[in-house]
Design a protein around this ligand. Structure first.
Ligand code: ZN
Length: 511
Protein backbone atom coordinates (compact mmCIF):
# COMPACT_ATOMS: atom_id res chain seq x y z
CA UNK A 1 0.00 0.00 0.00
CA UNK A 2 1.23 3.47 -0.84
CA UNK A 3 1.91 5.53 2.24
CA UNK A 4 0.33 8.98 2.19
CA UNK A 5 2.55 12.04 2.58
CA UNK A 6 2.12 15.63 3.72
CA UNK A 7 -0.81 15.08 6.10
CA UNK A 8 -1.85 17.27 9.02
CA UNK A 9 -1.29 14.99 12.03
CA UNK A 10 -1.59 14.54 15.75
CA UNK A 11 0.94 12.34 17.51
CA UNK A 12 -0.42 10.23 20.33
CA UNK A 13 1.98 8.64 22.85
CA UNK A 14 1.15 6.23 25.62
CA UNK A 15 3.01 3.55 27.53
CA UNK A 16 1.44 0.15 27.63
CA UNK A 17 1.54 -2.04 30.72
CA UNK A 18 4.19 -4.14 28.98
CA UNK A 19 6.36 -1.06 28.37
CA UNK A 20 6.32 -0.29 32.06
CA UNK A 21 7.40 -3.84 32.89
CA UNK A 22 10.21 -3.67 30.33
CA UNK A 23 11.42 -0.35 31.68
CA UNK A 24 11.48 -1.78 35.19
CA UNK A 25 13.38 -4.82 33.98
CA UNK A 26 15.95 -2.65 32.20
CA UNK A 27 16.39 -0.56 35.30
CA UNK A 28 17.01 -3.70 37.39
CA UNK A 29 19.63 -4.77 34.87
CA UNK A 30 21.40 -1.45 35.19
CA UNK A 31 20.19 0.26 31.99
CA UNK A 32 17.38 2.72 31.77
CA UNK A 33 15.32 4.35 29.09
CA UNK A 34 12.10 6.20 28.57
CA UNK A 35 9.63 4.52 26.26
CA UNK A 36 7.72 7.70 25.43
CA UNK A 37 10.95 9.49 24.57
CA UNK A 38 11.90 6.64 22.27
CA UNK A 39 8.48 6.52 20.61
CA UNK A 40 8.36 10.25 20.17
CA UNK A 41 11.69 10.18 18.35
CA UNK A 42 10.57 7.34 16.12
CA UNK A 43 7.30 9.03 15.18
CA UNK A 44 8.98 12.37 14.55
CA UNK A 45 11.43 10.63 12.25
CA UNK A 46 8.53 9.02 10.44
CA UNK A 47 6.79 12.39 10.16
CA UNK A 48 9.91 13.90 8.72
CA UNK A 49 10.36 11.12 6.19
CA UNK A 50 6.77 11.35 5.03
CA UNK A 51 6.56 15.16 5.24
CA UNK A 52 3.69 15.28 7.72
CA UNK A 53 2.80 18.43 9.64
CA UNK A 54 2.54 17.80 13.34
CA UNK A 55 -0.12 20.03 14.83
CA UNK A 56 0.07 18.70 18.36
CA UNK A 57 1.66 15.94 20.40
CA UNK A 58 -0.57 14.26 22.96
CA UNK A 59 1.42 12.50 25.63
CA UNK A 60 -0.42 10.41 28.16
CA UNK A 61 1.38 10.64 31.49
CA UNK A 62 -0.96 8.29 33.26
CA UNK A 63 -1.21 4.83 31.79
CA UNK A 64 -4.84 3.89 32.19
CA UNK A 65 -6.28 1.35 29.79
CA UNK A 66 -9.67 3.01 29.55
CA UNK A 67 -10.44 6.25 27.79
CA UNK A 68 -12.10 7.58 30.88
CA UNK A 69 -8.78 7.35 32.76
CA UNK A 70 -6.81 9.06 29.99
CA UNK A 71 -7.36 12.82 29.72
CA UNK A 72 -5.06 13.30 26.75
CA UNK A 73 -6.87 10.88 24.47
CA UNK A 74 -10.15 12.52 25.42
CA UNK A 75 -8.76 15.89 24.49
CA UNK A 76 -7.39 14.53 21.23
CA UNK A 77 -10.58 12.72 20.23
CA UNK A 78 -12.59 15.89 20.76
CA UNK A 79 -10.31 17.65 18.32
CA UNK A 80 -10.40 14.72 15.91
CA UNK A 81 -14.17 14.85 16.06
CA UNK A 82 -14.02 18.51 15.04
CA UNK A 83 -12.07 17.39 11.97
CA UNK A 84 -8.81 18.98 13.04
CA UNK A 85 -6.44 16.61 11.26
CA UNK A 86 -6.08 14.09 8.45
CA UNK A 87 -4.33 11.46 10.53
CA UNK A 88 -3.28 10.28 13.97
CA UNK A 89 0.29 9.01 14.28
CA UNK A 90 0.78 6.19 16.80
CA UNK A 91 3.30 3.40 17.35
CA UNK A 92 0.57 0.82 16.88
CA UNK A 93 -3.16 0.49 17.13
CA UNK A 94 -2.95 -0.82 20.71
CA UNK A 95 -1.74 2.59 21.91
CA UNK A 96 -5.17 4.02 21.27
CA UNK A 97 -6.57 1.42 23.58
CA UNK A 98 -7.51 -2.05 22.59
CA UNK A 99 -9.28 -4.25 25.06
CA UNK A 100 -12.34 -2.29 25.96
CA UNK A 101 -15.05 -2.83 23.40
CA UNK A 102 -16.91 0.33 24.18
CA UNK A 103 -13.75 2.42 23.98
CA UNK A 104 -12.67 0.82 20.75
CA UNK A 105 -16.10 1.25 19.23
CA UNK A 106 -16.07 4.90 20.25
CA UNK A 107 -12.57 5.53 18.86
CA UNK A 108 -13.43 3.69 15.70
CA UNK A 109 -16.60 5.68 15.08
CA UNK A 110 -14.92 8.99 15.88
CA UNK A 111 -12.19 8.30 13.34
CA UNK A 112 -14.69 6.99 10.84
CA UNK A 113 -17.07 9.95 10.98
CA UNK A 114 -14.25 12.48 10.81
CA UNK A 115 -12.52 10.46 8.07
CA UNK A 116 -9.28 10.47 10.02
CA UNK A 117 -6.76 7.74 9.28
CA UNK A 118 -4.24 6.07 11.58
CA UNK A 119 -0.60 6.06 10.57
CA UNK A 120 1.88 3.73 12.28
CA UNK A 121 5.47 2.95 11.25
CA UNK A 122 4.26 -0.24 9.62
CA UNK A 123 0.61 0.26 8.72
CA UNK A 124 -1.92 2.70 7.35
CA UNK A 125 -5.35 2.07 8.77
CA UNK A 126 -8.33 3.72 7.15
CA UNK A 127 -11.46 3.35 9.27
CA UNK A 128 -13.59 3.93 6.19
CA UNK A 129 -12.09 0.97 4.36
CA UNK A 130 -13.92 -2.28 4.15
CA UNK A 131 -12.84 -4.67 6.88
CA UNK A 132 -11.51 -1.84 9.06
CA UNK A 133 -13.85 -2.86 11.85
CA UNK A 134 -12.12 -6.20 11.90
CA UNK A 135 -8.71 -4.56 12.18
CA UNK A 136 -9.91 -2.55 15.13
CA UNK A 137 -10.97 -5.76 16.70
CA UNK A 138 -14.39 -4.26 17.06
CA UNK A 139 -16.13 -7.08 15.31
CA UNK A 140 -14.08 -9.84 16.80
CA UNK A 141 -14.58 -8.69 20.34
CA UNK A 142 -18.15 -7.48 20.11
CA UNK A 143 -20.99 -9.08 18.32
CA UNK A 144 -22.79 -7.26 15.56
CA UNK A 145 -25.74 -6.57 17.85
CA UNK A 146 -23.56 -5.06 20.54
CA UNK A 147 -21.83 -2.88 17.98
CA UNK A 148 -25.20 -1.68 16.79
CA UNK A 149 -26.16 -0.89 20.34
CA UNK A 150 -22.97 1.14 20.81
CA UNK A 151 -23.55 3.10 17.63
CA UNK A 152 -27.10 3.70 18.71
CA UNK A 153 -25.95 4.90 22.11
CA UNK A 154 -23.57 7.33 20.44
CA UNK A 155 -26.28 8.50 18.10
CA UNK A 156 -28.55 9.00 21.07
CA UNK A 157 -25.77 11.00 22.72
CA UNK A 158 -25.66 13.28 19.73
CA UNK A 159 -29.42 13.64 19.69
CA UNK A 160 -29.42 14.59 23.35
CA UNK A 161 -26.67 17.15 22.70
CA UNK A 162 -28.63 18.58 19.77
CA UNK A 163 -31.69 18.84 21.96
CA UNK A 164 -29.61 20.84 24.40
CA UNK A 165 -28.78 23.23 21.56
CA UNK A 166 -25.26 21.95 21.00
CA UNK A 167 -23.68 21.76 17.59
CA UNK A 168 -22.90 18.12 16.81
CA UNK A 169 -21.94 18.34 13.15
CA UNK A 170 -18.50 17.15 12.09
CA UNK A 171 -17.28 20.66 11.52
CA UNK A 172 -18.82 23.82 12.96
CA UNK A 173 -20.93 25.50 10.25
CA UNK A 174 -19.17 28.15 8.17
CA UNK A 175 -19.50 31.51 9.88
CA UNK A 176 -19.48 30.10 13.41
CA UNK A 177 -16.90 29.17 16.02
CA UNK A 178 -17.65 26.25 18.34
CA UNK A 179 -16.58 26.41 21.96
CA UNK A 180 -15.61 23.61 24.35
CA UNK A 181 -19.26 23.05 25.25
CA UNK A 182 -20.20 22.66 21.58
CA UNK A 183 -22.03 25.98 21.60
CA UNK A 184 -21.85 28.18 18.51
CA UNK A 185 -20.73 31.80 18.39
CA UNK A 186 -20.59 33.99 15.25
CA UNK A 187 -17.04 34.07 13.92
CA UNK A 188 -16.07 37.73 13.51
CA UNK A 189 -13.86 36.75 10.58
CA UNK A 190 -16.41 34.84 8.50
CA UNK A 191 -19.95 35.54 9.74
CA UNK A 192 -20.23 38.66 7.58
CA UNK A 193 -19.68 36.43 4.53
CA UNK A 194 -22.79 34.40 5.41
CA UNK A 195 -24.78 37.61 5.72
CA UNK A 196 -23.46 38.88 2.43
CA UNK A 197 -24.45 35.65 0.65
CA UNK A 198 -28.02 35.87 1.97
CA UNK A 199 -28.21 39.56 1.08
CA UNK A 200 -26.97 39.01 -2.47
CA UNK A 201 -29.50 36.22 -3.04
CA UNK A 202 -32.26 38.37 -1.53
CA UNK A 203 -31.30 41.17 -3.92
CA UNK A 204 -31.93 38.86 -6.84
CA UNK A 205 -28.43 37.61 -7.61
CA UNK A 206 -28.01 34.03 -8.74
CA UNK A 207 -25.68 31.54 -7.12
CA UNK A 208 -23.04 31.95 -9.82
CA UNK A 209 -22.84 35.69 -9.33
CA UNK A 210 -22.50 35.12 -5.56
CA UNK A 211 -19.64 32.69 -6.21
CA UNK A 212 -18.01 35.17 -8.55
CA UNK A 213 -18.18 37.87 -5.89
CA UNK A 214 -16.72 35.57 -3.20
CA UNK A 215 -13.82 34.68 -5.46
CA UNK A 216 -13.26 38.31 -6.30
CA UNK A 217 -13.07 39.12 -2.59
CA UNK A 218 -10.63 36.26 -2.11
CA UNK A 219 -12.82 34.49 0.46
CA UNK A 220 -11.75 30.89 0.91
CA UNK A 221 -14.32 28.15 0.57
CA UNK A 222 -15.12 26.31 3.84
CA UNK A 223 -14.18 23.13 2.01
CA UNK A 224 -10.40 23.38 1.93
CA UNK A 225 -10.01 21.16 -1.08
CA UNK A 226 -12.48 22.86 -3.38
CA UNK A 227 -13.60 26.20 -4.74
CA UNK A 228 -16.91 27.76 -3.78
CA UNK A 229 -19.70 25.95 -5.58
CA UNK A 230 -23.43 26.21 -6.09
CA UNK A 231 -24.24 23.27 -3.80
CA UNK A 232 -22.50 24.93 -0.85
CA UNK A 233 -24.49 28.11 -1.40
CA UNK A 234 -27.74 26.17 -1.59
CA UNK A 235 -26.91 24.23 1.58
CA UNK A 236 -26.10 27.46 3.40
CA UNK A 237 -29.38 29.02 2.28
CA UNK A 238 -31.23 26.03 3.69
CA UNK A 239 -29.31 25.81 6.96
CA UNK A 240 -31.42 27.10 9.82
CA UNK A 241 -28.32 27.26 11.99
CA UNK A 242 -27.90 30.82 10.67
CA UNK A 243 -31.22 31.74 12.26
CA UNK A 244 -29.88 30.52 15.57
CA UNK A 245 -31.57 27.12 15.50
CA UNK A 246 -30.06 23.65 15.86
CA UNK A 247 -31.62 21.01 13.66
CA UNK A 248 -30.21 17.51 13.79
CA UNK A 249 -30.98 14.13 12.31
CA UNK A 250 -32.21 15.09 8.86
CA UNK A 251 -30.03 12.29 7.57
CA UNK A 252 -29.27 8.84 8.78
CA UNK A 253 -26.22 6.78 7.91
CA UNK A 254 -27.11 3.35 6.73
CA UNK A 255 -24.72 0.62 5.78
CA UNK A 256 -25.48 -0.92 2.41
CA UNK A 257 -23.23 -3.65 1.02
CA UNK A 258 -20.22 -2.47 2.96
CA UNK A 259 -20.63 1.23 2.22
CA UNK A 260 -22.26 3.95 4.26
CA UNK A 261 -24.96 5.88 2.48
CA UNK A 262 -27.11 8.69 3.80
CA UNK A 263 -30.86 8.43 3.97
CA UNK A 264 -33.17 11.43 4.37
CA UNK A 265 -35.52 11.22 7.36
CA UNK A 266 -39.01 12.80 7.53
CA UNK A 267 -39.11 16.18 9.25
CA UNK A 268 -41.20 14.97 12.20
CA UNK A 269 -38.22 12.84 13.23
CA UNK A 270 -35.76 15.74 13.24
CA UNK A 271 -34.42 17.11 16.49
CA UNK A 272 -34.98 20.86 16.82
CA UNK A 273 -33.79 23.42 19.30
CA UNK A 274 -34.82 26.91 18.33
CA UNK A 275 -32.84 29.97 19.46
CA UNK A 276 -29.94 27.82 20.60
CA UNK A 277 -27.29 30.41 19.78
CA UNK A 278 -26.82 33.89 18.37
CA UNK A 279 -28.23 34.11 14.82
CA UNK A 280 -26.15 35.54 11.97
CA UNK A 281 -29.11 36.55 9.85
CA UNK A 282 -32.59 37.81 10.65
CA UNK A 283 -35.83 35.97 9.93
CA UNK A 284 -36.74 38.82 7.58
CA UNK A 285 -33.55 38.38 5.52
CA UNK A 286 -34.03 34.60 5.47
CA UNK A 287 -37.51 35.02 4.04
CA UNK A 288 -36.42 37.58 1.48
CA UNK A 289 -33.58 35.34 0.31
CA UNK A 290 -35.88 32.34 0.04
CA UNK A 291 -38.54 34.31 -1.85
CA UNK A 292 -35.99 35.46 -4.37
CA UNK A 293 -34.02 32.23 -4.62
CA UNK A 294 -35.23 29.70 -7.15
CA UNK A 295 -37.42 32.18 -9.00
CA UNK A 296 -34.46 33.46 -10.90
CA UNK A 297 -34.54 31.39 -14.04
CA UNK A 298 -38.00 30.26 -15.06
CA UNK A 299 -37.50 27.18 -17.21
CA UNK A 300 -38.56 27.48 -20.81
CA UNK A 301 -41.71 25.44 -20.99
CA UNK A 302 -41.17 22.51 -23.33
CA UNK A 303 -44.78 21.87 -24.26
CA UNK A 304 -46.01 25.29 -25.29
CA UNK A 305 -44.52 26.51 -28.53
CA UNK A 306 -41.61 28.80 -27.86
CA UNK A 307 -42.16 32.13 -29.54
CA UNK A 308 -39.74 34.22 -27.53
CA UNK A 309 -36.31 34.48 -29.19
CA UNK A 310 -34.82 35.91 -25.97
CA UNK A 311 -36.26 33.25 -23.63
CA UNK A 312 -33.88 32.53 -20.75
CA UNK A 313 -31.71 35.50 -21.70
CA UNK A 314 -33.60 38.68 -20.93
CA UNK A 315 -33.74 39.87 -17.30
CA UNK A 316 -34.92 42.99 -15.53
CA UNK A 317 -32.14 45.38 -14.58
CA UNK A 318 -33.95 46.35 -11.35
CA UNK A 319 -35.37 43.20 -9.83
CA UNK A 320 -33.44 40.46 -11.65
CA UNK A 321 -36.55 38.54 -12.65
CA UNK A 322 -36.99 37.23 -16.17
CA UNK A 323 -38.66 39.64 -18.58
CA UNK A 324 -41.92 38.14 -19.77
CA UNK A 325 -43.08 37.88 -23.36
CA UNK A 326 -46.72 38.91 -23.71
CA UNK A 327 -49.25 40.59 -25.96
CA UNK A 328 -50.71 43.97 -25.06
CA UNK A 329 -54.30 45.18 -25.61
CA UNK A 330 -53.62 46.06 -29.23
CA UNK A 331 -52.18 42.58 -29.84
CA UNK A 332 -48.57 43.80 -30.10
CA UNK A 333 -45.84 41.46 -28.83
CA UNK A 334 -44.18 43.10 -25.86
CA UNK A 335 -41.40 42.45 -23.33
CA UNK A 336 -42.50 43.30 -19.84
CA UNK A 337 -41.30 42.98 -16.24
CA UNK A 338 -44.22 41.64 -14.28
CA UNK A 339 -42.64 41.98 -10.85
CA UNK A 340 -44.60 44.15 -8.43
CA UNK A 341 -41.36 45.94 -7.44
CA UNK A 342 -41.09 47.35 -10.92
CA UNK A 343 -44.60 48.66 -11.32
CA UNK A 344 -44.35 52.21 -12.66
CA UNK A 345 -40.55 51.91 -12.88
CA UNK A 346 -40.12 49.70 -15.93
CA UNK A 347 -41.97 50.23 -19.20
CA UNK A 348 -42.48 47.43 -21.65
CA UNK A 349 -41.03 47.46 -25.16
CA UNK A 350 -41.80 45.92 -28.53
CA UNK A 351 -40.28 42.48 -28.99
CA UNK A 352 -39.09 43.23 -32.50
CA UNK A 353 -37.27 46.37 -31.39
CA UNK A 354 -35.49 44.59 -28.53
CA UNK A 355 -34.52 41.72 -30.81
CA UNK A 356 -33.09 44.13 -33.39
CA UNK A 357 -31.10 45.89 -30.71
CA UNK A 358 -29.57 42.64 -29.50
CA UNK A 359 -28.34 41.82 -32.99
CA UNK A 360 -27.01 45.31 -33.44
CA UNK A 361 -25.07 44.98 -30.19
CA UNK A 362 -23.52 41.76 -31.41
CA UNK A 363 -22.47 43.47 -34.63
CA UNK A 364 -20.98 46.24 -32.56
CA UNK A 365 -18.89 43.79 -30.53
CA UNK A 366 -17.44 42.42 -33.76
CA UNK A 367 -16.68 45.78 -35.31
CA UNK A 368 -15.12 47.15 -32.12
CA UNK A 369 -12.91 44.12 -31.81
CA UNK A 370 -11.82 44.32 -35.42
CA UNK A 371 -11.08 48.03 -35.12
CA UNK A 372 -8.87 47.30 -32.15
CA UNK A 373 -7.12 44.55 -34.06
CA UNK A 374 -6.32 46.97 -36.87
CA UNK A 375 -4.91 49.56 -34.56
CA UNK A 376 -3.18 46.97 -32.43
CA UNK A 377 -4.73 48.31 -29.25
CA UNK A 378 -4.73 45.01 -27.52
CA UNK A 379 -4.68 44.65 -23.76
CA UNK A 380 -1.21 43.45 -22.86
CA UNK A 381 -1.30 39.92 -21.49
CA UNK A 382 -0.53 39.53 -17.80
CA UNK A 383 0.32 35.85 -18.23
CA UNK A 384 4.13 36.27 -18.54
CA UNK A 385 4.20 38.36 -15.36
CA UNK A 386 2.11 35.80 -13.47
CA UNK A 387 4.26 32.92 -14.70
CA UNK A 388 7.31 34.69 -13.36
CA UNK A 389 5.62 35.16 -9.99
CA UNK A 390 4.76 31.47 -10.01
CA UNK A 391 8.42 30.48 -10.49
CA UNK A 392 9.43 32.71 -7.57
CA UNK A 393 6.75 31.22 -5.32
CA UNK A 394 7.78 27.69 -6.26
CA UNK A 395 11.39 28.29 -5.25
CA UNK A 396 10.16 29.90 -2.03
CA UNK A 397 8.30 26.68 -1.34
CA UNK A 398 11.43 24.58 -1.88
CA UNK A 399 13.34 26.74 0.61
CA UNK A 400 10.55 26.49 3.18
CA UNK A 401 10.37 22.72 2.87
CA UNK A 402 14.11 22.55 3.45
CA UNK A 403 13.67 24.68 6.56
CA UNK A 404 11.02 22.28 7.77
CA UNK A 405 13.40 19.33 7.36
CA UNK A 406 16.15 21.21 9.18
CA UNK A 407 13.86 21.67 12.17
CA UNK A 408 13.63 17.90 12.54
CA UNK A 409 17.45 17.70 12.51
CA UNK A 410 17.71 20.34 15.22
CA UNK A 411 15.24 18.38 17.31
CA UNK A 412 17.14 15.14 16.81
CA UNK A 413 20.41 16.79 17.74
CA UNK A 414 18.78 18.03 20.90
CA UNK A 415 19.26 21.68 20.00
CA UNK A 416 15.52 22.22 20.13
CA UNK A 417 13.19 20.87 22.75
CA UNK A 418 9.74 19.67 21.67
CA UNK A 419 8.04 22.97 22.56
CA UNK A 420 10.47 25.08 20.56
CA UNK A 421 10.28 22.59 17.72
CA UNK A 422 6.50 22.80 17.66
CA UNK A 423 6.55 26.60 17.71
CA UNK A 424 9.10 26.84 14.91
CA UNK A 425 7.36 24.16 12.91
CA UNK A 426 4.05 25.98 13.14
CA UNK A 427 5.60 29.15 11.76
CA UNK A 428 7.17 27.31 8.84
CA UNK A 429 4.08 25.20 8.13
CA UNK A 430 1.87 28.31 8.15
CA UNK A 431 4.20 29.94 5.68
CA UNK A 432 4.18 26.83 3.49
CA UNK A 433 0.41 26.82 3.46
CA UNK A 434 0.21 30.49 2.54
CA UNK A 435 2.71 30.09 -0.30
CA UNK A 436 0.91 26.97 -1.50
CA UNK A 437 -2.34 28.92 -1.54
CA UNK A 438 -0.76 31.72 -3.51
CA UNK A 439 0.64 29.20 -5.98
CA UNK A 440 -2.77 27.61 -6.44
CA UNK A 441 -4.35 30.99 -7.01
CA UNK A 442 -1.72 32.05 -9.53
CA UNK A 443 -2.16 28.79 -11.40
CA UNK A 444 -5.89 29.35 -11.54
CA UNK A 445 -5.53 32.91 -12.73
CA UNK A 446 -3.11 31.87 -15.47
CA UNK A 447 -5.43 29.12 -16.58
CA UNK A 448 -8.39 31.48 -16.57
CA UNK A 449 -6.57 34.08 -18.62
CA UNK A 450 -5.24 31.56 -21.12
CA UNK A 451 -8.76 30.32 -21.53
CA UNK A 452 -9.99 33.86 -22.02
CA UNK A 453 -7.37 34.66 -24.64
CA UNK A 454 -8.17 31.46 -26.46
CA UNK A 455 -11.85 32.28 -26.40
CA UNK A 456 -11.29 35.76 -27.74
CA UNK A 457 -9.62 34.30 -30.79
CA UNK A 458 -12.53 31.95 -31.39
CA UNK A 459 -15.32 34.14 -30.11
CA UNK A 460 -15.42 36.86 -32.75
CA UNK A 461 -15.75 34.44 -35.70
CA UNK A 462 -18.45 32.65 -33.72
CA UNK A 463 -20.50 35.81 -33.26
CA UNK A 464 -20.20 36.49 -36.98
CA UNK A 465 -21.55 33.03 -37.77
CA UNK A 466 -24.42 33.51 -35.32
CA UNK A 467 -25.45 36.86 -36.86
CA UNK A 468 -25.44 35.34 -40.34
CA UNK A 469 -27.36 32.24 -39.33
CA UNK A 470 -29.89 34.35 -37.43
CA UNK A 471 -31.03 36.15 -40.55
CA UNK A 472 -31.22 32.88 -42.42
CA UNK A 473 -33.78 31.15 -40.23
CA UNK A 474 -37.40 31.80 -39.23
CA UNK A 475 -37.39 29.10 -36.58
CA UNK A 476 -37.64 30.99 -33.28
CA UNK A 477 -36.35 28.04 -31.25
CA UNK A 478 -33.24 27.94 -33.39
CA UNK A 479 -32.81 31.71 -33.08
CA UNK A 480 -32.97 31.34 -29.33
CA UNK A 481 -30.31 28.62 -29.41
CA UNK A 482 -28.04 30.75 -31.59
CA UNK A 483 -28.20 33.67 -29.17
CA UNK A 484 -27.66 31.44 -26.17
CA UNK A 485 -24.51 30.04 -27.77
CA UNK A 486 -22.84 33.46 -27.54
CA UNK A 487 -24.72 35.27 -24.76
CA UNK A 488 -25.05 34.58 -21.06
CA UNK A 489 -27.74 37.14 -20.33
CA UNK A 490 -29.15 40.53 -21.26
CA UNK A 491 -30.29 43.13 -18.73
CA UNK A 492 -33.25 45.24 -19.76
CA UNK A 493 -34.27 48.73 -18.65
CA UNK A 494 -36.84 51.23 -19.97
CA UNK A 495 -37.69 54.20 -17.81
CA UNK A 496 -41.19 55.73 -17.90
CA UNK A 497 -41.78 58.52 -20.41
CA UNK A 498 -39.18 57.37 -22.91
CA UNK A 499 -39.45 56.84 -26.66
CA UNK A 500 -40.40 53.52 -28.19
CA UNK A 501 -36.76 52.59 -28.56
CA UNK A 502 -35.69 54.41 -25.40
CA UNK A 503 -34.72 51.19 -23.65
CA UNK A 504 -31.20 50.19 -22.62
CA UNK A 505 -29.73 46.69 -22.89
CA UNK A 506 -26.62 45.38 -21.22
CA UNK A 507 -25.19 42.39 -23.01
CA UNK A 508 -23.16 39.66 -21.26
CA UNK A 509 -21.31 37.54 -23.83
CA UNK A 510 -19.85 34.09 -23.07
CA UNK A 511 -16.27 35.21 -22.92
ZN1 ZN B 1 -38.30 44.16 -12.70
Amino acid sequence: MDRPIGLDCFIYLRKSRKDIEEERKALNEGGSYDTLERHRRQLLELAKKEHHNILEIFEEVVSGEHIIDRPEIQRMLRKVEANAVDAVLVMDLDRLGRGDMFDMGYIFRTLQYSETIIVTPTEIINPLAEGAELLFGVKSIISREELKAITKRMQRGRRVSAQEGKSVTRKPPFGYIRDENLKLHPDPETSWVVKKIFEMIADGHGRSSVIHELRKLGIKSPDKAREWNAVQIRNMLNNEVYLGHIVWGKMKWVKRSGKYISKALPSDQWIRRDNAHEPIISQELWERAHASYGKKTPKTRKKSKLVNPLAGLLYCRYCGYAIVYSSDKKGCDMYKCKSSHCKGKQRSALVSLVEQRVLKSLEQIVSEFEANEEHQIKQPSTIPMKKKALTTKNSELVVLNKQKDNLHDLLEQGIYDVTTFKERQKIVVDKIKTVQLEIDELKQEIEYEQEKEKKQVKFIPKIKTVIEAYHFTDDVRKKNQLLKSVLKKILYERKPKTKRDGFALEIFPHI
